[in-house]
Ligand binder design. Structure first.
Ligand code: FNR
Length: 371
């Protein structure tokens, strides 16, 4: 079938573009303003030069690694993405099940369209994490954490690069609302993608439908608190006794402050280029953050990962593991749960082959960034 014929994630992305309406595909594929941060984050992986070690007996290599003290199948974490039921009616549940099957953690977003309890029921064997945006109403955040904890989630990822929403111009141009509404602007799209609209309109309304259809910037501004500071991190530490990662770190000095504040890990990320355009390129900042705090906290890379070879490069340059966002969403749009399975299979096969060709180990001596 079409999924099996996809040779890499670029092929999967093309399938996604054909299957999903333009405004849904662009919500996933797009980024902020001129999309420079996204372009740089992806292109940075082209700067990687591998230095393979020969004659190493790579007949059998293990891709397993440990994060936060627990073993996972390979250094890949499925990151948080909002409104996932818009990409496919099975949404977060499909992604969590595929992640569980692959032995990888999955992170449910605050903007998720499936509850924490429903998610862990759907993917009982999985390691499910929770991502938090701090709400203006702190009790709302506390309640979200309680729900995550009650559902068995033990890792909290606090995203700190969204004090306000970035300007996603593709969404603005489409006049996109969340959830999407069928109206004259999207009617042509609907005619081209009837299967998607049928699924969407006949499945359970998105949880966020209660917010009455609005643009993302409006939802973000109403719900999330732009006045959050390091002091709030202490509050979070006091009400969450599981592991805590901070996602969206883009400076070495911030990483140092966060580690001093007692976080377990840092996710070097510019939100996939969806927030501040021209922000730091994660792969380029990564080695500096690792050099500074890598002995005291786990450092993760997020942004621009489109292949298993990208994962290998990031790990060689010091990342404990990579978060992926669009990679699995392309799969979800292309073919639901089977599409996510295909993406994770491709990432695994590419990573395995790369590790073997590199001589079996991922350390700083096997990769460098060309100027
Ligand atoms: C995101 N991302 C995100 N991050 C977060 O902390 N909470 C969220 O709700 C979302 N929502 C979201 C939706 C969509 C459609 C995308 C593409 C991304 C950011 C995400 O977790 C991650 O940082 C980026 O996706 C990483 O870049 P790549 O892997 O997509 O290049």
């Amino acid at each position: 079938n079409r999924l099996a014929g996809a040779a890499d994630l670029h092929d999967i992305r093309h399938l996604a573009r054909r299957r999903a309406p333009r405004l849904v595909f662009d919500y996933v594929d797009g980024a902020a303003e001129n999309e420079v941060a996204l372009e740089r984050s992806v292109k940075a992986f082209r700067r990687v030069e591998f230095l393979p070690r020969v004659l190493c007996d790579v007949g059998e290599v293990s891709l397993a690694t440990s994060v936060l003290g627990r073993e996972i199948a390979m250094p890949v974490i499925l990151g948080p993405t909002g409104f996932t039921r818009m990409m496919h009616r099975d949404g977060e549940k499909a992604v969590a099940r595929a992640a569980a099957r692959a032995g990888l953690p999955y992170t449910l977003s605050t903007m998720g369209t499936t509850t924490a309890a429903d998610l862990t029921c759907a993917a009982p064997g999985g390691w499910n994490w929770f991502q938090l945006y701090v709400a203006r109403d702190r009790e709302r955040s506390r309640a979200a954490l309680d729900m995550a904890r009650d559902a068995g989630m033990d890792v909290l990822v606090v995203t700190v690069d969204v004090p306000v929403a970035g300007a996603r111009l593709r969404d603005v141009r489409h006049g996109m609302t969340l959830p999407p509404r069928l109206r004259w602007r999207s009617a042509l799209q609907a005619a081209r993608h009837p299967a998607w609209w049928f699924d969407f309109l006949t499945s359970e309304p998105l949880t966020f439908a209660s917010m009455g259809g609005s643009d993302l910037a409006g939802i973000t501004g109403r719900m999330f608190d732009p006045s959050v500071t390091f002091a709030d991190l202490e509050w979070m530490r006091s009400i969450w006794n599981g592991r805590l990662l901070v996602k969206g770190v883009q400076r070495v000095d911030d990483a140092v402050k966060l580690v001093a504040a007692g976080v377990d890990g840092i996710v070097v990320s510019n939100h996939g280029g969806r927030q501040l355009d021209r922000a730091t390129t994660p792969l380029e900042l990564l080695p500096q953050v690792v050099a500074e705090v890598g002995d005291r906290a786990e450092v993760y890379l997020d942004g621009g990962v489109r292949s298993g070879a990208d994962v290998a490069a990031a790990v060689a340059l010091g990342a404990r593991a990579c978060f992926v966002g669009r990679a699995y969403l392309y799969g979800l749009m292309a073919g639901g749960e089977a599409g996510v399975d295909r993406v994770l299979h491709l990432l695994e096969a590419e990573l395995r082959r790369t590790v073997q060709l590199l001589g079996g180990t991922l350390d700083p001596s096997v990769a460098r960034l060309r100027p």
